[in-house]
Design a protein around this ligand. Structure first.
Ligand code: URA
Length: 245
């Protein structure tokens, strides 16, 4: 749901201030009824008219970005740092990231202008499996990795069981590469899980989101999702949510 004046402004009809004036003047209708209050929120299903003309809605678009490290998962940054939407300089649609990856985390990030789709994927009961590869400081013991598999207590509660695979260990450098699959999406979750077993994460990359991979992309590159992929993602999120209800 978004504020009416924002939706009007986004359609390119007027600035937000001007859109507020249009509303106050009674020139805006929502689903056939004149609205003169400024607090009203509308969804993509609502019919909005300005001066009796229905506003054009943006077509939904869906992208998969290979986010490099050192980029904020946001549409703007007060400090002027690079943000994920900077990788789409020519795109007219106003996309935003579906969830977030930390500034220092690289990997697969979805972006869309479809709020409903984003909410569906981000809803806690719908959490789709995400595969991360972590480079850890020190080589975790099997029994500690087992704790991650079972679920480990963090300050915001115990984590759900994870799948964990040790990919390699470098005894000289005292680092390891560990693949971990989780379906929750808590803040800095993977880093905190490893910290809880005594290992800092030196590097983190999200390799997979559900059935989607980074195949064919280099860091900083993006591609549009196919209709089929969007459909499958929706279906798998709904399936997971049904299983949990
Ligand atoms: N877990 C983290 O710790 N960081 C991310 O960016 C994603 C998952």
């Amino acid at each position: 749901m978004e504020r009416l004046q924002k939706v009007i402004a986004r359609a390119g009809i007027a600035s937000r201030r001007k859109a507020e004036d249009l509303i106050k003047e009674g020139r805006v209708k929502v689903n056939g009824k004149v609205v003169t209050e400024l607090g009203v929120k509308v969804s993509s299903n609502d019919k909005v008219e300005v001066n009796e003309i229905q506003i054009e809605k943006e077509e939904p678009v869906y992208f998969l970005l290979y986010k490099p490290r050192g980029v904020i998962s946001s549409v703007n940054d007060e400090k002027g740092r690079k943000v994920v939407t900077d990788f789409f300089p020519l795109l007219k649609e106003r996309i935003f990231p579906v969830g977030r990856l930390d500034y220092d985390t690289s990997g697969l990030l979805l972006l869309t202008n479809d709020g409903e789709f984003a909410n569906l994927l981000m809803h806690p009961s719908n959490e789709i499996e995400k595969v991360y590869v972590a480079k850890t400081k020190g080589i975790p013991l099997k029994e500690n990795l087992r704790k991650l598999e079972k679920g480990i207590r963090l300050e915001d509660g115990k984590t759900a069981p994870a799948k964990v695979k040790m990919l390699s260990g470098d005894k000289k450098k005292e680092t390891a590469i560990v693949e971990i699959t989780i379906h929750e999406g808590r803040n800095r979750q993977v880093r905190r899980m490893f910290e809880a077993i005594g290992h800092d994460v030196l590097k983190l990359k999200r390799e997979q989101y559900g059935f989607l991979t980074l195949h064919g992309l280099k860091a900083g590159e993006a591609r549009e999702l196919t209709h089929h992929e969007v459909k499958l993602l929706r279906a798998s999120a709904l399936q997971v949510s049904k299983k949990n209800s």
